[in-house]
Ligand binder design. Structure first.
Ligand code: HEC
Ligand code: HEC
Length: 384
């Protein structure tokens, strides 16, 4: 009954959207009114009989199914390189104190995140940003909340040398890896044309090649492929609200996000402007509060939300988005529906993908763990 009402008011909303469009960036009018609709209107009961309107598949063109692979011409994958990358991803010896790996903050068993507001790295130091998922990250047009790295290969070298994350440096990384004969051999096999293959850049390439394999599709992809029964009615209702509210003007494509930077507070200013996103990198006024639109795949599993991990409830995140990005006050039922839809973007990750590989043993030449925290560690706190 309630849902039918939601959809009755949504059709009003759709009409409003048509004239409220303000040019290039889609924005919605300030109030949908649906939150304050009287409980029983004539329109509501008429709709109740016919049920929610079916989704027009033409509107699904803003999304794409997950591609089977994510290739890089600059970093062609080989089985040897991917296997090496997997080991490096899990190896805490790339960190100064041998206690932090990529998997510490991007745990493959917990959907590629640490579920903390902001991550903790070397010496339990905290960064200032929430760790995004690594699943599907290779498909994003840029990396990081502010887009400061071009691809996963470039990104991967950052956290290793970041003083609040893994706190190593290239010299230490090269010493560590060359002290372990199995690693030395694996680098030679992965980069056969290079005389000195053990470099930080190649660590990034191997990890990047591994990250490119972290693609898992699910029922959402089946639905996009034409299987209407792949989503439940609740999930489809949520998809309608998602599309009608204008969420797809930013969260679209194969990752349901990940393909642009957008202003946080596009319609109504965001409440916390401490971290100004891309502006922190460029110092250009027009970049203020521009953040990467995150993927919404598996979002039900990757709380807390936003660049600063400030919101832990998905419904609250949806409500804030509708208000600040689209200028809409959506009802509790609409929020519930969107949360059901977002839940349909969760996939089951196969155990062989999350399993920690066996790592080669250290030798007497391997540099020892070093807990010292550099005093100048304030420099690069964002994270990686
Ligand atoms: C101490 C925690 C921590 C460690 C260790 C860490 N990361 Fe991150 N990672 C983060 C945080 C926080 C961000 C977001 C930082 C930002 O956007 O400014 C991030 C961002 C990323 C991104 C960008 C994703 C996106 O959607 O933009 C990728 C990919 C990534 N990390 C992979 C890695 C890899 C590979 C390693 C190991 C070499 C690693 N991370 C180590 C915390 C960590
Ligand atoms: C104008 C672009 C835009 C629109 C429209 C938009 N979003 Fe977002 N969304 C973003 C950006 C940018 C972020 C990242 C914010 C940050 O860095 O804190 C985000 C973050 C999110 C997050 C948090 C994800 C995470 O992993 O932290 C959710 C959930 C979300 N959006 C859902 C929605 C929903 C639902 C709608 C429609 C009601 C919507 N968005 C509309 C740009 C948009």
């Amino acid at each position: 009954m309630k849902r039918a009402l939601v959809f009755a008011s949504l059709s009003v909303l759709t009409v409003l959207l048509g004239c409220g469009d303000s040019g290039g960036q889609k924005t919605a009018p300030a109030a949908s009114g649906s939150a304050k609709k009287p409980a029983a209107s004539a329109a509501g009961s008429a709709k109740a009989a016919s049920g929610p309107k079916p989704i027009d598949r033409k509107n699904l063109a803003v999304f794409e199914q997950l591609p089977k692979e994510s290739k890089s011409d600059k970093n062609p994958a080989t089985p040897a390189k991917v296997a090496l990358g997997r080991q490096l991803y899990f190896d805490t010896r790339l960190s100064k104190n041998h206690d932090v790996s990529c998997n510490t903050c991007h745990n493959l068993e917990t959907y590629g995140v640490d579920n903390k507001p902001v991550s903790e790295g070397h010496g339990k130091q905290k960064g200032t940003r929430n760790s995004p998922t690594v699943y599907g990250a290779a498909l994003h047009t840029v990396q990081f909340w502010d887009g400061r790295a071009a691809d996963v290969e470039e990104q991967a070298t950052g956290p290793i040398v970041n003083p609040v994350e893994m706190a190593a440096d290239e010299k230490r990384v090269v010493e560590t890896l060359t002290s372990i004969p199995e690693y030395k051999k694996a680098f030679e096999e992965s980069f056969p044309d290079e005389k000195e293959p053990v470099t930080l850049v190649n660590v990034g390439k191997a990890i990047g090649a591994f990250e490119r394999t972290l693609l898992v599709s699910g029922k959402w992809d089946k639905y996009l492929a034409g299987d209407d029964a792949a989503l439940s009615q609740d999930e489809k209702n949520g998809l309608s609200v998602f599309m009608d509210s204008g969420c797809t003007s930013c969260h679209g494509g194969a990752m349901v996000g990940g393909n642009m930077l957008m202003k946080l507070g596009a319609v109504k200013p965001w409440t916390d402007e401490k971290d100004k996103g891309k502006f922190e990198v460029t110092k250009d006024e027009k970049d203020k509060m521009f953040f990467k639109v995150p993927t919404l795949r598996n979002v039900a599993k990757t709380a807390p939300y936003f660049h600063d991990g400030s919101v832990s409830d998905l419904g609250e995140a949806v409500k804030k988005m509708a208000f600040h990005q689209n200028g809409l006050e959506i009802s509790a039922d609409e929020i519930k529906a969107v949360v059901a839809f977002l839940g349909a973007l969760t996939v089951e990750i196969p155990a062989e993908m999350t399993k920690a590989p066996e790592l080669p043993k250290s030798t007497p030449k391997t540099p020892k763990p070093d807990p010292a925290v550099a005093s100048a560690a304030g420099e690069e706190k964002k994270g990686g």
